[in-house]
Design a binder for this molecule. Structure first.
Ligand code: HXC
Length: 519
């Protein structure tokens, strides 16, 4: 018997490693770079802590012999998988390699992805996917489809257990888009990231519409029009910085606490500018970002879905070093009214925060639901119900700050006491009422106004009378629907006190399999 030497065997391993690392070869890599895209391994290195990546399954190959596939076996099968750390915390990762068969997903490619999702679940760590793929590997047919199905199933099982992040850095088409859509957040890079179900050619053939890939499903479209994506970056480096930032607010899993932030920002910092930002006149507009900047630690608000439904803000911040989710009406856009998109956006973020134990702080200045046939026909009833459902179902600490308007059904929907808010704070200019003073006076005093000698003067007098009587925080405070009326500048300190007061909150929901959330 003759054995090869250990040097020969190690040499063989070395060669295999190099081959695996080379992906689809120099020409394909050059093509990738020419598009401004990194390779699968460069991307992992760009995202994770330096030197932390541990690769597995680098020698996996497909076992398809259809067409000429037997000659197209490339080590790794078009996806790089493993784990590493971000800010010292472990994450699992897969990164599709477009240079290998267009990053297309076949049976073994899918098995590799499933393996790291399973490991992430078992170890309670986030899973990150970097997607750059031509979709189902056409030669592998039903095995490729089964691969996607297995990933979808795992995405759903992992939902609410570990954070799941999808980064779109190339094409992502057909049913393949549903894995990202099942994860917590989709990050897209401008120009290279594309998502759509059917591409421009199919659309042209079926409907006759002419559209480019970018217009149809580029990063701007998916962030600003459809709301499918949550973050947009100008390049890959910016995208990785965004992912790292978002993970810094999140626990590794639903049983862990989010990391605290070291901050020198005093909890009792009282910014008197808060008195000016929100005008007392309910008809005047302002940008609620300005409020958040003055309340949150170090003025830092990390916005989620900044380009979509700008009438409501969702995002993260810290108070006294503690990671919190923020929901805020923004009067700067359609007066901060709730509409179908805002309801969708807020509901999903509430459920995300609730799943990962982040207290939710809601800043309220809302005149109501946006009126109109369009909104009614788009289903504002079910969308509004979804928002009610999401807040009512949440068991994390809920703190509400009513800054100004809180009218009618929208008052209830925006984390009201009635839905289970733990601490409701109101500013002195808060108007908590069935509707605005103008509308209310017109209805309640219509007869008196019409019959008076000077209807305009009487109308204004009645509006003032109504405002004095009801459009303030004190009627709600008398009933205990508002726990404290505070000066605007006290907001930061009082939120910190409230968080400290209720952070050990425990709620037992009635036993059930799951509810049926309006959609
Ligand atoms: C096998 C594929 C492939 C695929 C691309 N390639 N997509 N191989 N299956 N789905 C191969 C190409 O043949 C080519 O191989 C190499 O990858 C690079 O592709 P190019 O076309 O040269 O690249 P580019 O010009 O950049 O175009 C990228 C692309 C295009 C837009 C993604 O390749 C494309 O349209 N591919 C098909 C997309 C698609 O219809 N996929 C199926 C979707 S249905 P060579 O050897 O020439 O380098 C689907 C169902 C999932 O995914 C359902 C889940 C439920």
């Amino acid at each position: 018997m003759e054995f090869r030497t250990i040097e020969e065997l190690c040499g063989e391993l070395e060669t295999k490693r190099k081959t695996a690392c080379a992906g689809g070869g120099d020409a394909a890599v050059a093509k990738q770079k020419a598009k401004g895209k990194g390779t699968a391994r460069e991307r992992i290195a760009g995202l994770l802590d330096a030197g932390s990546f541990v690769e597995i399954d680098e020698f996996v190959t497909h076992r398809c012999n259809n067409f000429d596939m037997a000659e197209k076996k490339i080590l790794g099968d078009g996806v790089v998988t493993g784990w590493g750390t971000i800010d010292g915390r472990k994450v699992f990762i897969y990164s599709q390699d477009f240079t290998v068969l267009g990053g297309s997903l076949g049976e073994k490619h899918a098995d590799k992805i499933c393996k790291v999702i399973d490991m992430a679940m078992q170890t309670g760590c986030p899973i990150i996917g970097i997607l750059d793929s031509g979709g189902a590997r056409i030669q592998e047919a039903i095995d490729a489809l089964n691969g996607y199905g297995k990933i979808f199933k795992r995405n759903v099982q992992a939902s609410g257990v570990i954070p799941q992040i999808s980064i779109i850095m190339g094409p992502n088409a057909g049913g393949a888009v549903y894995s990202p859509a099942l994860t917590d957040f989709i990050f897209m890079v401008e120009k290279t990231g594309i998502m759509h179900i059917t591409g421009p050619e199919v659309i042209r053939a079926v409907t006759g519409e002419l559209v480019t890939s970018e217009e149809l499903g580029g990063a701007e479209t998916q962030n600003n029009i459809t709301g499918n994506a949550h973050f947009i970056a100008k390049d890959e480096a910016e995208c990785f910085a965004q992912v790292r930032k978002v993970l810094s607010y999140l626990p590794c899993n639903n049983l862990d606490d989010a990391p605290d932030k070291n901050t020198a920002d005093p909890i009792a910092r009282a910014d008197i500018k808060l008195r000016e930002i929100v005008p007392v006149n309910p008809n005047k507009s302002y940008d609620v970002h300005e409020v958040l900047k003055l309340v949150l630690d170090d003025g830092e608000f990390t916005e989620v879905q900044a380009g979509f439904a700008k009438n409501i803000l969702t995002g993260y911040g810290h108070i006294d070093g503690r990671s919190v989710g923020i929901i805020a009406n923004n009067p700067d856009c359609i007066s901060g009214c709730l509409d179908v998109d805002a309801s969708d956006k807020a509901s999903r973020f509430i459920r995300h925060c609730d799943a990962f134990n982040l207290p939710i702080i809601t800043f309220v200045d809302v005149p109501g639901y946006l009126p109109g046939v369009d909104q009614e026909h788009k289903g504002i009833i079910r969308k509004g119900a979804k928002l009610l459902y999401a807040y009512s179902e949440a068991t994390v600490p809920l703190i509400t700050v009513i800054m100004r308007k809180a009218y009618g059904g929208a008052y209830l929907a925006m984390s009201s006491k009635s839905l289970g808010a733990d601490v409701v704070l109101a500013w002195p200019q808060a108007e908590i009422a069935v509707m605005g003073a103008d509308g209310a006076a017109n209805i309640v005093f219509r007869k008196e106004i019409e019959e008076s000698d000077d209807p305009t003067k009487t109308r204004y007098a009645k509006i003032d009378e109504y405002r004095e009587a009801f459009a303030n925080p004190y009627r709600a405070a008398e009933r205990g629907f508002v726990d404290r009326v505070i000066m605007p500048e006290e907001t930061r300190h009082v939120i910190a006190q409230a968080l400290a007061g209720i952070d050990s909150k425990r709620v037992t929901a009635p036993a059930k399999k799951h509810g049926v959330i309006p959609h």
